[in-house]
Design a binder for this molecule. Sequence first.
Ligand code: NDP
Length: 285
Amino acid sequence: MQRVALVTGASSGIGAAAARRLKDAGFVVYAAARRVEQMSSLKDAGIEVLCLDVTDETSVSTAVKTIVDRSARLDVLVNNAGYGSYGVIETTPLGEGRNQFEVNLFGLARLTQLVLPVMREQGGGTVINVSSMGGKLVAPLGGWYHASKYGVEAFSDALRMETAPFGIRVVIVEPGSIRTQWGTIAAEHVRGSTRSTPYEDMAEQVAKNLATSAEPTTRTASDPDVVGRAIARIAQTRRPRTRYRVGLGATPMVFLRWLLPDRAFDSLVRRAFGVHRLTAPPRPA
Ligand code: NDP
């Protein structure tokens, strides 16, 4: 019997890499995202492609129903869809903050709710939630993003305890800096939310830093396949750990966050983002 996996956010980056690695490991893989046209190479590799917007109830329930109708089971759910709503808290509309939670946390939650009965019925399964090292520490201008990932961490810890009696494993993956479209999208959000505000200089510095992590030749980020491979390994492990830190910076940065007092850590990340010397622009006379 072939095991079945669903990967969300599979139209690029970590999700696409995980879908390929799971397929190589022998799973029937459903790769899901909004931009189905971006997934033609996955389709050519024998991966089933689904259109999915994790913020849309009908889209989420249709995707789960399609998998159950076609494959009659679902062994692994990889909740990976997400983006980085970076920006200044003062100027980011609350609607954008809500959207960040809709995608990164509520989308993951709704999909999980629909998949759990299927896993319980078949006697077990694995839910792999892609959080971030940013679910354990915070970078400048990342208020909404990090709040959503801290949410994913807490939600996953509760879920793990609830589903253990049913043989359903819950695993948190905390990637470090990974070379994907995530950095470009986060940089666009920073610039968009701070234009002509007193935070513009700080925002530009942070945006440059985020965009660098997406450049093809960057040495400040790992290849998404590092995370894809880890996800495929977790999916095949009978007793996986509760958390996996993968990719550049994840383990040392989480360790430093644990070790250092708040202000020392603030100073370290502000320096890393090049915003430590910035001062507020002069106030109008
Ligand atoms: P990408 O931008 O390359 O991929 C993000 C994926 O999420 C895309 O496939 C996108 O597909 C999908 N997505 C976004 N919004 C929605 C939505 N509403 N419904 C369905 N799918 C959606 O970034 P990554 O691969 O890097 O990101 C994957 C995960 O890894 C995210 O949760 C991210 O926060 C996390 N992460 C990334 C890190 C990094 O440095 N890159 C570090 C730590 C964590 P589409 O737009 O087609 O729907």
